[in-house]
Design a protein around this ligand. Sequence first.
Ligand code: C2E
Ligand code: CA
Ligand code: CA
Length: 746
Amino acid sequence: MSSMPLLAELLALLLGCGLVGIGLVVRGERQVIYWGLGQVALTWSQLFTDVRVAGFRVGLVAFGVVASYQGTRLFLGKSQSFKAWMFVLATLLLLLVSFWGGAGRLTALSGWALSGLWLWMGAQLAIHKSRYRCVGGFLVVRGGISLLLVLPFPAVVNQGLRSIYPVVELFSLLSMMYAVLAEMQDRYLQTIGSLSHGLAICDELGQLHLLNEQAAHLLGYESAASLQGHRVMRLFPHTTPQRILAYLQRVMQQRDQQQGPWVDEVEVMRFDGTLLPVELIASVYRERGQLYALIQVIDIRERRLALDRLRRAARMDALTGLLNRHALLEAMDHIVQHALQKGQEVGVLYIDLERFHHFNDALGHSGGDQLLSEVAHRLCQLVKPDDVLARVDGDEFVLVMPGCDSGEALARIQEASAKVQQLFDLPFEIHSFSVRIRPSLGACICPLQAMDKETLLQQASLALYAAKDQKLREVCLFDQDMDVRNRYNLLLEEQMALALQRQEMHLVYQPIMDVDAHRFEKVEALLRWDNQELGRVDPDKFIPLAERHGMILPLGNFVVKQACQQLAAWRGTPMEHVKIAINISAWQLYDVHFMAHTLGCLQTYGVVAHQLELELTERVLIDDTPQTETLLTILRDLGFGLSVDDFGTGYSAMSYLTRFPLTTLKIDRAFVRDVATNERSRMLASAIIALGRSLGMMVIAEGVEKLSQQHELQHLGCNLMQGYYFARPMLAEALMDSVMHDRLRL
Ligand code: C2E
Ligand code: CA
Ligand code: CA
């Protein structure tokens, strides 16, 4: 064999091996393996002309024929055939017979057999498999040449045919390899095309080698072809190419470090210039020595929307639509930082609703909710563009007012507070009830009083409690004393929790004199607390605290019980006819157990309701809930006296006086103090006395300390008085003693 055809045969041998290799690499490509093996065997057999190895050559041809035949069948989608083995047997027999005929006969016979095989395979592939039409053509030509070579043509022709043959053989193998690879790629494309999300393959330099239609569609391109070959950089207009390359390198490195796929969320630019949020899941593979990143592109718009909704829900108070505490703190971070940088002030206004929980109980949960959302709705009216309004807790709202120039925050706080008060002037219409509720307001200023959000909120709330304690109508601004007071209050609270158990509380009684009759028929019970650590604590200090922390309920029950016990103890003594007035806080009045407990005490100690008078502050009666009237009517019907304590302390609404079945008015000591010296006080006291009398109520003047006051009040028509002038509040035994020994000023 001359060197040219030898080279061609060697090449053919290599291509055959290549086909086997492809078939082995891609699992399941058996047709390729068979066909490749067949080619290797047949080409190899061509290389032996020596008659001594004719047997081996025969074997190779037979194997080559069978493998090629089986491979072709598999290419055509048919299964392996048993018939092929018959064909082999026949070939072998034929070849063996010819073997005795010498090498020439063998060549001729194998030539016949092979040309038949090529022609058959070529025709089959060309007819049945469009992708293999070209291969089929080459095989038919190859078969044709083989056939001609066997026929007795002149040597020149033979020579010519012999030199074309290897070329055709090479082409048939190359086209087969091409067709096999193209088919494999097709299948591969079909697979990635069937994925529901986008998929792209790019190299280390960011060149897009392949992407599916879904990816193209996601990116707004008409087809995958229009993007293929471009670099991915065009999809990321807001990132530098260097960063993208760095990303790709990082992804590529994972192959060596065996890390899992890289998952990233990015925004890519679509064809129309809009940005699309996508998740990229990149993994790496190596092909022909080159690294490629296989990147899944997943549209995460829906996911982002859902996340946004979740995030918004996490920041929003569902009831009112305002920000919640968490979101407020987040916003304050930024606001405070900005103010500190710019040298500006921030006003923080804490707003809470007085006795909201009573309304909540009375209106039911849905009514309470409605009230809160209407309050929020009204408060929204005072929010300026940069302000932040949040509901931080049940009935607590916070308004943060940033961007105030130095010294301006106070004015803004005052302005906002006045506006808040105005917003509450009109009643709220809830479930056909007209609800009047008042806000309490506390405020502080950043950076004057604090520079961190937590402290600011805490200080504003301390100021709010101070406003409540002082029953302030206007806003209370935080001052450092409040902090000290707060610490003291914490200690008080701690001690108060143990006070009843440690028997540190007791009642004292202050007589309410009838100066005309020179006797008294009623005493006011006042609570006293002697703490082992703090000593005597003023009720003005601990009662508001107990009210705020719910401890007023056990304390109130204790007072009722003690008073009933005292009434029982006075039975059969000169004090038998004396009634006791007890102070009832709003919390008690609206507590579901209050009535039951009080009636229980009456029964236990054999006391009747009209021996007790309940002193209610004006505030309870003004900020009434739909329940108030019913409750008071029931109490009055049961026989309890009902008095208005501290009457006249700053409220103008007096309609409650006619609405509720009240028995007594107690003029606050502020009016009594100057009654003898100040004309205005005198006129006010006079008006109150006249008002009470015209309504058929008893009128008691509180805080009478001087004889001149007594005379003036008597002159104005008030004969019931209470004050140090007559007697200080004292223990029951001391009172009894004073009565027995006529030591009271009557
Ligand atoms: P209040 O109901 O107005 O009680 C009258 C207060 O005036 C008492 O102070 C009494 O000691 C004081 N007072 C009496 N006469 C005079 C006087 O001539 N001059 C002056 N300057 N003061 C006089 P107290 O006992 O310190 O009680 C303060 C407040 O604490 C009470 O005001 C009441 O609101 C509350 N409080 C006291 N005990 C109870 C209680 O058992 N339950 C509830 N809920 N509150 C109570
Ligand atoms: Ca009182
Ligand atoms: Ca009073």
